[in-house]
Ligand binder design. Structure first.
Ligand code: NA7
Length: 542
């Protein structure tokens, strides 16, 4: 489509209308700035718009996975389950869009395909896949961390005769799997949540597993109205307590070494966690579980024993048992009946470490051992996480430097908020911030508030550009790396380190220093007049 004539420039362009983009829009409007939001989906929701697969739900308790910025909003919304399903979260996000009249500034069905810095004009020139072009002074990405699906990287996918569905782009009208022979590839969080539900519908289900994950029972249940009432009566207190938590999720933290306590006491503690249905409980119970391999092994072995006790066929149980990487260093999954599903006669497991996939054929999936025939395939093969959503946006900074080039050896960012050489670009939950290792809505609100206050400051002080100093950026990147190196996280081939995408640099991307320390650092930087950032008046447009 030919580009349309330039629209009026705006102060701010926001990319994405999920939880981050919507709140950013709300705050930007409050500053009296002009703003446009571009969203690839046909409505609001982001992650919760696309990931509509059966069984999709949040693994952070609903009362904590919600906006805190407006006490009226948090009082009026009623959650129905401890862990909200995707449809309920989407209804919540739609309610927020209606309540604050957000849709009128959002252009839906439109993806930003390039964002080019024009230093002379002190602006970003944004182009979309619908041919629209608009200039803005500040560009804010709110594109999510798990929103660029990874191709399955299996030859022959296009030859399959039946339908193929992807968990990350599930049809909005749902899919009827009744009576079908279904093959599912992938056993991350999306596979683990969807497999029990698919197994209930399908005539038969075959799960193709490359790496077993550690999964814990979610213990999901309807939310007791009395409990919700009491929680809401003390919402401010709960919100304040959440901000003291490293992960931004309310959890009891132990202080002793897992190796210093009596094994029976340790097992009792782990059993308690197993019963709570909180994924952060076991890692928080002894601090060295995330830092010491022997301590970690006590937790890993506890979960392995649970798998053995649940799955009746010992061979299947062994194939489902994670080994070779520490517990919690790939994202821990929360499930509802995942391991039990493998006790059904209609469900089978193919261990791809033993018999790798060779190709997809017109009839199904061929491994080195056999051809498995299916009526339908489901890919739950994950995302180009954290950097993928930013790098596919065509961002070019000063002197035409491509963000891809700048990040060729891994992402570099100051506080996960800004990149040197890319003035006036802000990245909500960018690499180097707690993002995906925290309750992401807590991190989103903090980033949005920080950016909004920064914009206010820039205007009040007549500042045209803000950009990190290279030294400050280098120091922060080193700090993110050093903190990660104190933990076991880098030891796993996870999407946290980019290991799931061929050719992606292996760098631990999120910041593991914890929500409170990170918030404090961001607040100190702002209070000191944006320490580590270069603030420039020189290029103020005439
Ligand atoms: P994940 O966690 O990245 O899981 C993807 C799964 O797909 C994982 O088991 C992969 O195995 C598997 N996979 C990927 N490519 C292939 C190929 N080519 N062949 C076989 N298996 C493959 O993505 P999810 O969507 O489940 O979850 C993402 C996050 O969303 C989750 O952590 C929550 O935070 C919410 P691998 O482990 O790479 O061997």
């Amino acid at each position: 489509m030919p580009p349309t004539a330039d629209r009026e420039p705006v102060d701010v362009v926001i990319v994405g209308a999920g939880l981050a983009g919507l709140y950013m829009l709300h705050r930007v409007r409050g500053l009296g700035l002009t703003v446009r939001v571009f969203e690839a989906g046909d409505d609001v929701g982001g992650t919760w718009y696309w990931n509509r697969y059966p069984g999709a739900r949040c693994d952070v308790p609903s009362l904590e996975y919600s906006y805190s910025f407006d006490p009226e909003l948090e009082q009026e919304w009623e959650w129905s389950e401890r862990y909200a399903t995707q449809p309920e979260i989407l209804r919540y996000i739609e309610h927020v869009a209606d309540r604050y009249d957000l849709r009128r500034d959002i252009t839906f069905g439109t993806r930003v395909v390039s964002a080019v810095r024009d230093d002379e004009a002190n602006s970003w020139r944004i182009a979309t896949d619908t041919g629209e072009q608009v200039a803005c002074t500040w560009l804010v990405t709110a594109a999510g961390c798990l929103s660029a699906p990874k191709p399955p990287e299996i030859p022959g996918v296009e030859t399959f005769a039946g339908p193929i569905w992807s968990t990350s782009n599930w049809p909005a009208d749902g899919v009827d799997l009744t009576g079908l022979r279904v093959g599912v590839v992938g056993t991350g969080s999306s596979g683990i949540q969807s497999i029990p539900v698919i197994a209930e519908q399908a005539a038969s289900l075959t799960v193709f597993q490359r790496t077993p994950n550690y999964s814990l029972p979610a213990r999901n249940a309807p939310l007791d109205p009395e409990y919700q009432r009491e929680w809401k009566a003390r919402y401010r207190e709960h919100r304040a307590a959440v901000l003291q938590m490293r992960t931004g999720i309310l959890i009891e933290r132990g202080t002793q070494s897992a190796l210093a306590v009596d094994p029976d006491e340790r097992t009792r503690r782990f059993e308690h966690c197993w019963d709570t249905g909180l994924f952060a409980c076991i890692p928080a119970s002894y601090p060295d579980i995330t830092t010491d391999l022997a301590a970690n092994e006590t937790a890993a072995e506890f979960v392995r024993a649970k798998i053995r006790a649940t799955v009746r066929d010992p061979e299947v149980a062994e194939a489902l048992t994670p080994r070779g990487y520490p517990f919690g260093t790939k994202r821990i999954c929360l499930d509802s009946g995942y391991y039990e599903t493998f006790n059904r006669d209609t469900v089978s497991l193919v261990d791809l470490r033993r018999t790798p996939i060779v190709e997809v054929t017109p009839r199904g999936i061929r491994t080195t051992e056999a051809e498995h025939e299916f009526d339908a395939l489901v890919f739950a093969t994950g995302f180009d996480a954290v950097t993928g959503p930013l790098l596919r946006m065509g961002i070019r900074g000063r002197d035409g430097v491509d963000l891809r080039e700048r990040w060729a050896d891994g992402p570099r960012s100051y506080l996960g908020l800004q990149v040197a050489g890319f003035p006036n670009l802000f990245t909500i939950t960018g690499p180097g911030s707690p993002s995906v290792v925290s309750n992401v809505i807590v991190s989103i609100e903090q980033h949005v508030d920080w950016i909004a206050e920064c914009l206010r400051y820039l205007r009040e002080h007549d500042i045209a550009t803000i950009e990190p100093d290279l030294d400050a950026e280098d120091a922060w990147v080193q700090h993110v790396h050093d903190v990660a190196a104190l933990t076991l996280y880098p030891q796993a081939p996870s999407w946290f380190v980019g290991a799931n995408v061929p050719g992606k640099p292996r760098v631990f991307m999120p910041y593991l220093g914890g929500v409170p320390a990170y918030r404090q650092r961001c607040a100190e930087v702002a209070a000191a007049g944006y320490n580590g950032f270069r603030l420039d008046r020189r290029t103020v447009p005439a």
